[in-house]
Write a protein of this length. Structure first.
Length: 58
């Protein structure tokens, strides 16, 4: 019983300690969405030209 309690406490500590990168991603997502929307609008307007990846250009 004691070992199980210690194990559960360590699981909670490790989970809380590794939550930082997940929160950082949550903060970055609105910035990424804004930049992606800007990119798509410039691509659709023709401001950015599409590049065609053609392996056989002959």
């Amino acid at each position: 019983m004691f070992v199980s309690l210690i194990f559960c406490i360590f699981v909670i500590i490790v989970a809380a300690a590794s939550l930082g990168p997940i929160i950082d991603l949550d903060v970055l997502m609105p910035i990424v969405k804004c930049e992606l929307d800007s990119y798509w609008s410039r691509l659709k307007s023709g401001e950015i030209k599409k590049f065609s990846w053609s392996l056989c250009s002959t």
